[in-house]
Design a protein around this ligand. Structure first.
Ligand code: NYM
Ligand code: MG
Length: 217
């Protein structure tokens, strides 16, 4: 990056949590966000699906089995739900706010591919969304995740399906991924995440261009 004033590229970091249902993403992301806030880091907690929008409400009804949708249609709705947030996401990052996001495009591709849709077809609508700076994958074997207080009643929350999702997740790994052992203690996981995240936030603060999906392997 010659002749580039890196200070003009100073921004917040896009940090994404991924993992199977019941892998601990939601509680670890909440803990991480409180930790960062206490340190005075400008940060917001986001999640996908974002059920607050019109598109998000359609997704929520589908997940609750209150509506039926064709597999490709629901896939594109999940993607649209990220696209409708893209502008806001970029402006937050550029204004210096880091985002900790519970699920992103990797969930989109892994869950839809596990239903039998072609993986490249699933990736296509995600192209052009902002690429995460760090993907924290909480690695928990499907059997262990299933034991954790059981699944809810939403679609996809079944052991056999989650095993397939795990296989597709493993095909999506790229250099932005950090695989964290999700079977460690809550505090042990938290400690590891804090280290990884602080480094990432520092790098983005010093100046790093915003790039789009998908990163090269
Ligand atoms: N899910 C989530 C998808 O199938 N595609 C996506 O793009 C995203 C973001 O929705 N089982 C699935 C994964 C979950 C379900 O997510 C609801 P959560 O984190 O339980 O609200
Ligand atoms: Mg869930």
């Amino acid at each position: 990056m010659e002749n580039v004033d890196r200070s003009s590229l100073s921004r917040g970091a896009l940090i994404v949590f991924e993992g199977l249902d019941r892998s601990g993403k939601t509680s670890q992301s909440a803990r991480l966000v409180s930790f960062l806030k206490e340190k005075g880091v400008p940060v917001e907690a986001w999640r996908f699906p974002d059920r607050s929008t019109r598109v998000g409400q359609m997704i929520s009804a589908y997940l609750a089995n209150e509506s039926q949708l064709d597999d490709r249609t629901i896939h594109l709705l999940f993607s649209a739900n990220r696209w409708e947030k893209r502008v806001q996401m970029e402006s937050k990052l550029r204004s210096g706010t880091s985002l900790v996001v519970d699920r992103y495009s990797y969930s989109g591709v892994a869950f839809s591919s596990a239903k039998g849709l072609d993986i490249d077809w699933c990736k296509a609508p995600e192209v052009g969304l902002i690429a995460p700076d760090l993907v924290l994958f909480l690695d928990v074997p499907p059997e262990r995740a299933a034991e954790r207080g059981g699944y809810g009643t939403e679609r996809y929350e079944q052991l056999e399906f989650q095993k397939k999702v795990a296989q597709y997740y493993s095909m999506l790994r790229d250099p932005t991924w950090e695989i964290v052992d999700g079977c460690l203690t809550v505090e042990g996981i938290e400690e590891k995440l804090r280290g990884l995240v602080s480094e990432c936030i520092d790098t983005c603060q010093k100046g790093k261009p915003v790039t789009n999906l998908w990163p090269s392997k």
